[in-house]
Design a protein around this ligand. Structure first.
Ligand SMILES: [Zn+2]
Length: 335
């Protein structure tokens, strides 16, 4: 701050530029538009199925036909992309639904690329929704307890990413937090002829209580233990920078910080340090807290949502993944 020279009152009156919307608008330092938003969608089997997620009002598990409707709505509102999560019919100990050629996400990708070719289709690459135990990697049980294996999980993650690319995904987004997975995925994509498919890595993903409502949506609650042996500790910011540096070195094209609201400092440091395309995931509980407060009449949902998303942009996020994408796009259109 010391390098910024500031004049003194009464020569300087900051309020001069705050007198009207017409004056405030051109000097606004940060912009929020629908073009920066990505809308997450939860897909499952069936037809005409739309199952409400209780803890996330306005969010649903959708069959393919219903998913297509919501993706089209988002696209028509100016939201350029969706992020797909799959809810498979069956789960097992090898997450075989994650990389099945006709897995639920693979079907969703093909349908979206056929019907809405201009829509950016991003796929979440993880194993937890497809594992019977709900963890993001292969579990090894011994007398000492259960361990999430790192290196053998990489093979399955890489296979999953390649199967999404094969179905037509525009971007693959690994969220598992295994060490070395970006490198493994990059190598497998290249080997399979998808060297042009970008990777958006969940580079700094924290073990967070803010994921609570998501687990109902994705049916991915771990059956035992928690994810603290692979997701980051909320206390660590320098480690987040190391995680991001490693992912960039391994071939990540976009790096993500998750959650967003309680981690704005991390977003800011990542953007300042690396100047890389940076995404923020405005996670389920961040969304649900605003919804709950608004339902009680305690906050203005529109104003609080837009202020929250703007804060993520101001912190340095180029892309925001948010359940509010369609609402925000509508509100921003209204001006
Ligand atoms: Zn996972």
């Amino acid at each position: 701050m010391s390098s910024i020279s500031v004049g003194q009152f009464p020569t300087c009156r900051p309020r001069r530029l705050r007198q009207s919307a017409a004056l405030r608008r051109p000097v606004a330092e940060t912009r929020l538009s629908a073009a920066e938003l990505i809308y997450p969608l939860f897909v499952r089997g069936g037809r005409r199925t739309r199952i409400a997620i209780k803890a996330m009002p306005g969010v649903f598990q959708l069959s393919l036909d219903e998913m297509l409707k919501d993706a089209r709505t988002a696209f028509e509102l100016g939201v350029p992309g969706v992020l797909l999560f799959g809810i498979p019919a069956r789960k097992d100990a090898r997450a075989s639904g994650a990389y099945a050629r006709n897995g639920i996400v693979q079907q969703a990708v093909r349908l979206l690329k056929k019907e809405l070719p201009e829509l950016l289709v991003v796929t979440d690459v993880c194993l937890c929704e497809y594992m019977d135990h709900g963890h993001c990697g292969i579990v090894h049980r011994s007398a000492k307890g259960a361990k999430i294996l790192n290196d053998s999980s990489l093979t399955l993650l890489a296979r999953t990413a390649a199967s999404h690319a094969e179905a037509g995904a525009d971007i693959v987004a690994p969220s598992d937090m295994m060490d070395g997975r970006v490198r493994a995925i990059r190598a497998e994509l290249d080997r399979a002829g998808f060297e042009e498919t970008p990777i958006m890595s969940y580079a700094a993903k924290f073990a967070s209580a803010y994921y609570g409502p998501f687990r109902e949506a994705a049916e991915s609650t771990p059956k035992f233990g928690d994810r603290r042996s692979y997701q980051m500790d909320a206390a660590n910011a320098n480690e987040a920078l190391r995680e991001v540096a490693m992912d960039i070195a391994e071939g990540a094209d976009i790096v993500m910080v998750k959650p967003a609201l309680a981690y704005l400092d991390i977003i800011q440091r990542v953007k300042t340090e690396f100047r890389y395309p940076t995404a923020a995931y405005h996670v389920s509980a961040e969304y649900s807290m605003i919804k709950a407060a608004a339902a009680n009449g305690w906050v203005d949902e529109r104003a609080v949502t837009l202020e929250t998303l703007l804060a993520m942009r101001r912190a340095g996020a180029d892309i925001i993944i948010t359940y509010s994408a369609c609402d925000a796009a509508r509100w921003l259109k209204q001006g």
